[in-house]
Design a protein. Structure first.
Length: 276
């Protein structure tokens, strides 16, 4: 049975890009006689606003989508801590006290998530009483798992290679887990068999596939869909104030009609779809 999910973070209202992503996940599940899940990813500290989760539900209902809701990330902290502890015991994580400013001052290379950490804290004995991030030693991890692949609906079999990210953070100084660790564990716990998300997260899948191998998690398939772009050719984003679904609802738009237009790739003026 196909199980997909839509996993928004309550740090801003949903926009058309989110609607398109939710519809893709919903329809793929329904076409396969499966389940479409809603998971609220609410561990982004002070940026997470619990009241937005209700707005998300109203948005999805307005679009005519039906879903099964699974526990939010804030209820799963123990699983993240247990996984991090396991990776620590395997010798694959190390503590890092560097700030972003300090990393930038080292003039490191740039990767998919910005600056690539140069491994400054690797091998250091940091004070365990002081806050520190937990970084994955990528080379050690790859040496342990060997060559592994993941299957994408568009690109077929892809060899997992997270090296372009450097030693990524799995446990943040100020939060219980990074997106990479939390989403990977949650998808396994929820029985997700087809991970649908925007093409901007294609590279992140390299990391997630390695984590699955290290932690003995089930391996889903992936479907990275195209992104909706604004009139400047840039991805729609909360931080740029892209018009929200809630505003469209309040203005009296027909959500069912909008959903059908998105399915047919008939986008509002100024919106286009970038292929994956």
């Amino acid at each position: 049975m196909i199980v997909t999910r839509f996993a928004p973070s309550p740090n801003g209202m949903l926009h058309l890009g989110h609607a398109f992503s939710a519809i893709v996940a919903h329809d793929l599940a329904r076409q396969g006689g499966g389940r479409f899940l809603l998971r609220i990813e609410d561990i982004d500290g002070a940026r997470s606003r619990p009241e937005l989760a209700d707005a998300f539900r109203r948005d999805l209902e307005w679009l005519g989508l039906e879903w099964d809701e699974v526990p939010a990330q804030s209820t799963r902290l123990a699983s993240y801590e247990a996984a991090a502890q396991r990776l620590l015991e395997m010798g694959l994580l190390y503590r890092c006290s560097c700030t972003r400013k300090e990393i930038a001052a080292l003039a490191p290379r740039t990767g998919p998530e910005g600056l690539i950490y140069p491994g400054t804290c690797k091998g250091r004995n940091l004070d365990p009483a002081k806050p520190a991030a937990l970084r994955l030693d990528v080379e050690k991890a790859l040496a342990q798992v060997g060559e592994i692949v993941w299957e994408d609906a568009t690109y077929g079999a892809v060899i997992a290679d997270p090296r372009p990210f450097g030693d990524v953070v799995l446990g943040r100084k100020d939060e219980p887990a990074s997106y990479h660790l939390a989403a990977t564990l949650d998808d396994a716990a929820d029985g997700v068999t087809l991970v649908t998300r925007g093409a901007d997260l294609f590279m992140a899948t390299h990391i997630h596939r390695v984590l699955q191998a290290l932690l003995g998690l089930p391996v889903p398939r992936w479907h990275h869909h195209g992104l909706l772009l604004d009139e400047n050719g840039e991805k729609l984003a909360k931080r740029k104030g892209s018009p929200s679904l809630a505003d469209r609802r309040a203005a009296g738009e027909d959500g069912l009609l909008l959903a059908e237009q998105l399915r047919l790739h008939r986008f509002p003026a100024g919106i286009s779809l970038a292929k994956p």
